[in-house]
Structures are given as structure tokens and as C-alpha cells.
Design a protein around this ligand. Structure first.
Ligand SMILES: Nc1ncnc2c1ncn2[C@@H]1O[C@H](COP(=O)(O)OP(=O)(O)O)[C@@H](O)[C@H]1O
Ligand SMILES: C[C@@](O)(CCOP(=O)(O)O)CC(=O)O
Ligand SMILES: [Mg+2]
Length: 396
């Protein structure tokens, strides 16, 4: 499938849709925040954002809600609405739409956004949505100011499970907002399923805004998730630099969602705290992860021509993933549910590692080309007997 991250489709002058994919991290999560290399691939699960801009002000045919900014989160069944006058009152001087110049959310802006969230009845059980809502208000008002409009978001991705839902949300929303603002344009190339693909410079702008949104959700993101969601395919990412990887023999992965909820921001902060308590030890851990990612990225690009070569390539990938998992345990981001998945898959001689921030969430299992369907069915059944959800993903 083509990388269609950040693509947008116009439907009339003020209605825009955009979608962006989630991702898996093969090696290097957390260490990438501290400057190590990591390898990630976009997957065929998307977040879709649609945006309808209404004529400004009452009496201009906009109808009910015409002078408000609305957000409809389809998967949660929740809708939110902020009258434009309330937004202007709360954000005051902080509102100056400047779509061409991505800038971080200032502490004053963040405080004003927190007050705007207090107006909404967010159910206690879904309070974790606050981070996404803050990123939405920041991106919307920074790109479009207080123009009335309605955004609708739906996603194939489990939220807070390590598959990059926060980045896919920020990328698809930035793509829709920037297209509606007329700040970006589509290129000549058509992507999969008829989606238009934004040109390279437009994708860069989407990526920069999405990174600012991710900062609100993650605290200190490396930028790998928004980059792979924006540019797609498989990438090596190190200190903000992205290298495209050509994976010639597709690697098959089973994903197990332990359904244990966790929060990337807290896990990233926990690793940083451990690094400040044990700077030398953790520097060695991050260095080892860097070497693993560098080695893995060169192996995925090797062309394996016969079955023996494919097997030895997969053996090397599996070993590197296993080593990375050990180092993630050193960082303190594994979890008993992750350990259960590791033990269960090992019974079938399959290697697994957590993906994303860990602490629960999703685990990757490498499925060797020559492994039988019977083994896959058996391991899936055993994992599902623990209440976990298994699914296979296609790399984009
Ligand atoms: N479709 C969405 N709508 C609203 N908020 C979202 C959406 N997707 C992600 N988010 C925000 O991102 C948070 C999850 O991000 P994070 O903890 O980084 O996990 P991950 O990115 O692995 O899913 C959610 O708690 C929510 O605040
Ligand atoms: C842990 C980290 O490396 C990846 C987090 O991914 P996710 O939000 O768990 O999907 C953080 C980052 O790189 O920003
Ligand atoms: Mg995230």
C-alpha cells in the first residue's frame, strides 16, 4: 500500500478530510528520546479527521453551532463545543493564527486551554482524553484562530496502547487544519484508495505542527511517531534525522494488545528519572540500543534470496528484538502482562518485544516466514485466553 499519511481530500471549499497511520517500533523506543537510533514502520490502521469550516459569525447562514468550535470524537461517543467568543476571551492575546510558522504551546496558552477544558464535562473514566483535547485546541486555534468549525475524528487504533494513536491524531488533524487554512497543497501524485497526497514541503509543515501537538500529549517526544505517521513506510530515526528503509522481504508481525492501559508521558518521564539517578549505566543502555537499531536497520534492507537466507535474516532480527526487550526491562518499562506474552510466545519458539512506551499496551511477535499456520493459531488462542487481543498488521 502507498504511504498516504497526511493525505487530504477536498469536498467543496471548506470541507476537508485527512488520515494518518499508526506505527510499530521495531527497536529503539525510549532510547530514541535520549538520542539513540530507532526503527519504526507505519501500519495499515488509520486515524481519520474531517473538518467543516462554517461561515464566520451569526446571521451568515451557518446555523446552530455556527459560531463555535466543535469536536466530535466518534470512538468515545463524546462531543465538545467551545463558543468562539469563549475561546477569544480565554486565549485573548494568545490567539494569532499563523499556520506557516509552527511554534510550541506557551505556558500561558496551556493554562488557558486547561481552563477551556474545565468548561467541558469530561467523564472521569475518560479523563485521559484531556491530553488529546488540549492538543486539538492548540492546533486548531494556532492554525485557524477562532474560525467556527466542526471536526470529527475516528480511528482504527487502540488509544494509549503503543501504536502511536497520539501521533496519528496530531498528524491527521494538522493535515486537515492546514489544508482548510489553505496553507498546504496537494502534489500531482495520487495515493491509495483515491486519496490525494500532500507535497513534500506540505508534509514537512504537517509534521512540524504534529510534533508540537505530540509535545502536549507526550511531554518530551522524540518525534519518531509523528515522522513515521506523516511520511509513512519504514524509517530509521535518530536525533530528528529520518532515513527511509527499503524492507525488501516483508517482515510479518503479530501484535498482541494486552489491554493494560498506560500513558506514554508518565513512562517517558520515568525513564528520564532513572537516567538522572544512574546516568552512566543508562548511557550504556541507550548506547547498546543505538547499536541494536543500527544493526537491525541494515539487516531489514538486505535482500534475502532463498529460504535459508530468509531464515538467517529473521533469526538475526529476532535476536536483536530479544536483546532490545532486555534493555527495555532495564529501563523499567516492561509489565507483568508483557512478560506473560513473552513467556507464552517463547513456548512456541517465537520472539516478542514490547512496542511503543510499554507499561502494558502492545507487544510485537516476529512470525518467521516458514512458521506454520497451526503454530500461529495455537499461540493466538493461548494469548487470547489471557484476555489479550491479537491481530496481524500490514506495513505500509
Ligand atoms: N482519536 C483520538 N481522539 C482524541 N484523543 C486522542 C485520540 N488518539 C489519541 N488521543 C490522545 O492520545 C492519548 C494516547 O497517547 P499515548 O499515551 O501517547 O499512547 P499511543 O500514542 O501509544 O496511543 C490519549 O489518551 C488521548 O489523549
Ligand atoms: C516511548 C517513545 O519512544 C514512543 C512512544 O510511542 P507510543 O506513544 O507509546 O505509541 C516516546 C517517543 O519516542 O516520543
Ligand atoms: Mg503516543
Amino acid at each position: 500500500m502507498d504511504p498516504v499519511a497526511g493525505t487530504a481530500e477536498h469536498r467543496g471549499p471548506v470541507e476537508v478530510r485527512a488520515r494518518a497511520p499508526g506505527k510499530i517500533i521495531l527497536t529503539g523506543e525510549h532510547a530514541v528520546v535520549h538520542g539513540s537510533a530507532a526503527v519504526a514502520a507505519a501500519i495499515d490502521l488509520y486515524t481519520n479527521s474531517s473538518l467543516l469550516l462554517r461561515p464566520a459569525g451569526p446571521g451568515e447562514g451557518g446555523g446552530a453551532g455556527s459560531s463555535a468550535v466543535e469536536l466530535d470524537l466518534r470512538d468515545s461517543g463524546l462531543t465538545f463545543s467551545w463558543p468562539c467568543s469563549r475561546l477569544r476571551g480565554a486565549l485573548g492575546e494568545e490567539i494569532s493564527a499563523n499556520p506557516g510558522a509552527p511554534a510550541p504551546c506557551s505556558p500561558d496558552q496551556l493554562a488557558a486551554i486547561a481552563r477551556l477544558l474545565q468548561d467541558q464535562d469530561i467523564p472521569e473514566a475518560k479523563i485521559w482524553l484531556s491530553a488529546g483535547l488540549s492538543a486539538f485546541l492548540f492546533l486548531y486555534t494556532s492554525i485557524l484562530g477562532c474560525r467556527p468549525g466542526k471536526a470529527v475524528v475516528s480511528s482504527d487504533l487502540p488509544m494509549g496502547a503503543g501504536l502511536g494513536s497520539s501521533a496519528a491524531f496530531c498528524v491527521s488533524m494538522s493535515g486537515a487544519l492546514l489544508t482548510a487554512a489553505g496553507a498546504v497543497s496537494v502534489g500531482a501524485h495520487r495515493g491509495a484508495e483515491g486519496w490525494e497526497v500532500l507535497e513534500k514541503g506540505a508534509l514537512e509543515l504537517v509534521n512540524q505542527w504534529a510534533f508540537q501537538g505530540e509535545k502536549i500529549i507526550h511531554g518530551k517526544p522524540s518525534g519518531i511517531d509523528n515522522s513515521v505517521s506523516t511520511f509513512g513506510k519504514m524509517i530509521k530515526f535518530k536525533k530528528g534525522e529520518l532515513t527511509n528503509l527499503e524492507s525488501r522481504n516483508p517482515v510479518k508481525m503479530l501484535i498482541t494488545d494486552t489491554r493494560v492501559g498506560r500513558n506514554t508521558k508518565a513512562l517517558v518521564a520515568g525513564v528520564s528519572e532513572r537516567a538522572s539517578r544512574h546516568p552512566d549505566a543508562m548511557a550504556s543502555v541507550f548506547h547498546a540500543v543505538n547499536t541494536i537499531s543500527e544493526e537491525l536497520s541494515s539487516i531489514v534492507e538486505l535482500v534475502a534470496e532463498d529460504e535459508i537466507a530468509i531464515t538467517s535474516k529473521e533469526d538475526k532480527l529476532a535476536e536483536l528484538m530479544e536483546m532490545n526487550q532486555g534493555l527495555l526491562q532495564c529501563m523499567g518499562v516492561s509489565h507483568s502482562s508483557i512478560e506473560t506474552v513473552l513467556r507464552t510466545t517463547l513456548k512456541y519458539s517465537l520472539v516478542s518485544k514490547l512496542t511503543g512506551a510499554g507499561g502494558g499496551g502492545c507487544v510485537l511477535t516476529l512470525i518467521p516466514t516458514l512458521s506454520s499456520n497451526i503454530v500461529l493459531e495455537k499461540v493466538t488462542r493461548e494469548l487470547e485466553s489471557h484476555g489479550y487481543r491479537c491481530f496481524k498488521v500490514e506495513f505500509l
